[in-house]
Design a protein around this ligand. Sequence first.
Ligand code: BMA
Length: 892
Amino acid sequence: MKLFSYKLVLSIICVNLANVVCLSKFSLDSWNEKVIWKLENKNKTISVAGSVPGAVYSDLQKSGTIGDILQGFNDVLTRWIAYDSWTYTGKFNVSAKNLENAVAQLVFEGVDTVAYIELNGRSIGSTNNMFVRYVFNVKQYLQIGENELKLSFESPVKFAKTRSEKYFTAPDCVPDIYNGECHANQIRKMQASFSWDWGPAFPSVGIWRSATLEFFNGAVIRSLTTHTEKRDSSWFLITKVYLQTGENIKRIKGNLSLYLSVEGHQTFKAGKYLDVATRDDGTIEAEIDMSISSNLITEWWPNGYGDQRLYNLLVFLTTTEKDREISYKHAKIGFRTIELVEEDAALVLGNNTTAGHGLTFYFKVNGYPIFMKGSNWIPSNILPEIGENRKTINNLLTAARDAHMAMLRVWGGGIYESDYFYRRCDELGILIWQDFLFACSMYPVDPDFLETVKTEIEQNVIRLQHHPSIAVWAGNNENEVALRGNWYNTKSEFEKYKREYITLYVDTIKPIVEGIDPGRRYLVSSPSNGHKSEEDGYIAQNPYDPNYGDTHYYNYLADSWDSNIYPQTRFASEYGFQSLPSIKTMRTATNRTEDYYVESNYSKHRQHSPAGYSFIEAQINRRLNLDKNDTKYFEKFVFYSQISQAMAIKTETEFYRQSQSNWYTMGALFWQLNDVWQAPSWSSIEFGGKWKMLHYFAKTFFAPVLISPRLTKTGDVDIYLINDRFVPIIDAKITVDVFNWSSLAPIRSKSYPADVGPLNTRMQATFTLWNAENKDEFFLRFFLQAEGVPSSPYNYLFPVPLKNAKGLKKPNISITVQKRDDKNNGVNKFKININVDTVIIFLWLEADSVDGKFEENGFVVTEANFIVDFTTQDAITAKELEKSITYQYYLQ
Ligand code: BMA
């Protein structure tokens, strides 16, 4: 039996087999027409239709009570919403048959955040953590016929403030420039919903994930975890099943059976009879083990290293009480080993070098050391209920895949993402560095807070554990370094804060994570020195120590296109530069022409990073020539900010990839992949999905095989060959072509023999800039020819800042478009032919009226004719596309 259509199979079993009933579930989500939800404010002056999943800002938007929250200054103009108290009331019917069941449980997968819950006028409990699943036993509160469920939400801003009066912990508030709210650390809610340096504050309330009523006599399977271990020629699989029944039942009896599909259409089956006592809350776990010959399993690999083979795992619980009820859970699991290797660096690098001091920090997947290429993920929407949108998640994750990323870090100020998110990561081969949700703050440790954190960690580790994509857990974002660096004026109470830090991340969170998931490393913080931080009592003297663990590095003052400014690291888990979103994306936030100035109130309002624009401007001015009096100054500022960001991250990323050879750097995750609104930020993809130049560049600078030049301090060019493949590159040839700025033919070429081992980087040769005086007259292009390497992109090096380049000419460009025949999945493909008469730097194509994507962009053009593909789902003709194409490029 093929298990992929498991839902269909189950519904057939549930409907047709005598004496078998599937657990009866009644969805309280708004798609179910039998439930009516209403949303009201405190004094009932607002009463509109409510949604589940949903929340207050999206419901008020839907009802027309407020406009688009991301327009203009609407973030602050709608802030009153976060200060009011809101009520969601749902009405639905329950039948006599439903109530014949011994247990009725009301399950909320996510309530944001502080709510008091009543059913038919009687209190059934409360919530205080949006990351927790709440289960209430409600049989005694339900009635035949109409029922009313009411969730009264407290203002999260007021709640956080009140708690901070009792349990204050630093910081006092976010910087004024964030237009944010204070004390997010007091409430277990998406920390960025109180504002961030890339995002607005929308401190929402609502039932942000699904709600269900479940009726049963036996028990339900809530979750499962899977532990896979390779032993000789077998894979050993331990499946732990998390069961729950009503508090009044005390025992679970029934058959637990497990089906695992493996290679060759085979299905493994295992099972056991259960008769177990539950805890007071009705929960208990059961385990089923099996061993599978490894020739029936294909290993799961990260993107770029192999396939992402996944196998269906289906677990049934058939209770023997009454009707032989069935509860089931399905997961797709992968088999792979992963290890974070922290061993004496001298063993790998020799102890004569600075690099040989300290510990390595790299991931081994299926036994192979893999350099982690990727980025950092922030929530895909500032409203968490919309952040579950599959199309947006899928677009972002496939964009990461297309740029050769193998790892994303789900950053600690966001959310534990949806099941869909992690499933797509499994399918696309994107490993996840999962932070726990504590970021840029000290946190309270009073008993209530710790209690809810325990439940949160336990539930989320159990929910996510079976995903092969999860690579590592980290306790928080930047809280170790914030305490050590006195970011929030905590110095005078350092010992107290240190004790609290240890209470939360070491004494509370660590044992829970390691207990549920012994197979993965728990890092206490990011960045940290890994084992060394632990040895040093968890707050290292220098959490940025380049010889240990991971680092975050930001420097907006030095020349970001110069490799020599970047410090070495074992693993760069954050680094970035800001740019502005395109005019197209900005238009979705404002149409007022007066907003399109760097100094406009609108522009200031959207920039949350202190001195953000002046850093962008300073970076642009170091390398490019932008005239303040240019009539198109703002458009050019936007465009140049994207060039500057793309080149900076290219330089820094290649520096890290090069450093695999001499410094054993093993990861480069730039900050940040995505955006939550139309504003300047560090993202490579704009809000709405448009790729910045950086994301196009990432496709190249993360290429599996890359020649990468480094202009050294002495002015020479070291040429590296980077090889992310399992096979070596031998007998290859690197060609360096020297171009002057106005000729499409190289004025000189030089070749070097090249070779490099598998999964490795090696410096190949040094090119001497032969005539130091006229360095401003030329640039270099690098090209690899190697058997078995079908594509390795060109790379370029500009010896002087482009503003000093001599000879760049205004080009003549002609563009024609033809339709490609191969149409699949409703996607139209076009071939764009580009003809030019001179060198062009950063040719940037746009087709703003069409919703589509160029295959490549931001070209350094050294060929007279070239082709780029364009894909769109819009039904347009080649001529229409041709007309809509506009372009920009850099010219002094
Ligand atoms: C780091 C991140 C984020 C922040 C980014 C840019 O601190 O962890 O908190 O948005 O840098 O400042």
